[in-house]
Design a protein around this ligand. Sequence first.
Ligand SMILES: Nc1ncnc2c1ncn2[C@@H]1O[C@H](COP(=O)(O)OP(=O)(O)OP(=O)(O)O)[C@@H](O)[C@H]1O
Ligand SMILES: [Mg+2]
Length: 331
Amino acid sequence: MTNLPAGYRAAINWQSVPASVSELFSISAPGKVPVYHHNDQFVQKTSEHYRFNKDQLRGLLAYLFSASKGDALLVHGPFGAGKTSMIREVLGRLKWPTLMLSWSEKSDSFELIGRQGIQFGDTVFEYGPLALAAKLGLVLVINEIDRGRAGDLVALNDVLDGGNLVIKETGEVIEPHANFRVICTANSAGSGDLTGQYVGSVRRLDPAFLDRFAMIRVGYMEQSDELDLLMLQFPDYARKSSHFLTKLTSFAMETRSKAVDVAEPLSNPISTRALMRTLNLGRSMGLLRRIGESDFSVKEDLLPALDLSYLNRLSADEREAAVTVLDLNMG
Ligand SMILES: Nc1ncnc2c1ncn2[C@@H]1O[C@H](COP(=O)(O)OP(=O)(O)OP(=O)(O)O)[C@@H](O)[C@H]1O
Ligand SMILES: [Mg+2]
């Protein structure tokens, strides 16, 4: 006996309507793409504030709509730069049913394919996300594949080779659906950590495994794009002082350029995620209220929120280097 998890339908409604890329993603680009019928249990939630990068979007759409059997996509880049959210925003807007999971040290191939369980005294096989996605035509998104043990992703190899997925426990042979896709994210392009930022957590991926992937790099945004994003997402700060947001993005840029320079003591840059967290925390810590006042002080008014969102994670030396960058940019 095999079991789909509760609430999962055995088939997806693949009806679609064409939509213009420029309207769907608020970006100037030609062409149309299909938007699927709303299969709500699998469709990712989107945010109207998301800002797409044209080249990254082009690569992702090319993979989704032209991948041949067995192709997979690796989206790699530094932490908090927007890898997972870009994938979620694109798939959510296309209403392409998706299963998303994170890979970790403890993950194994049973987690992907499925396992035998007992239900009302009967042995049943419960499909894992890989089996379900292959069967139903979903996009399987595996975040942080470089966090697991080498070899535990081998379950993917059969389908990445364009073959069928065989469920050993039941003998079922799943021929992947035409709409099945595999997208993985990682902090490195597979070569392991060359920067020292991810000590002990990022692993080298097998080159033969990597050869099965098309690749997109998602780096931190350009300063002008990041500023536009903050202005859009934090209209209260933007009204108060767009100059403050500009200086904050300059600070972020500098931490990032220092982090890639091995001669600099700062190896952890501030991510887009942490930047947004600073502003959210700052709102409840009095920062927003104090911006623009004549006695505004970086130390008194901004540091408490920045400590919580970013600086407290750094070593004493790194923190000092980051605060120097802050003083130079915000002072
Ligand atoms: N282009 C963007 N538009 C809007 N928000 C963005 C953008 N890029 C990143 N963000 C925001 O930054 C945060 C971090 O993004 P996300 O989780 O996608 O990063 P990531 O690259 O997957 O990070 P990690 O490697 O840590 O998993 C999210 O809150 C996301 O909404
Ligand atoms: Mg992510």
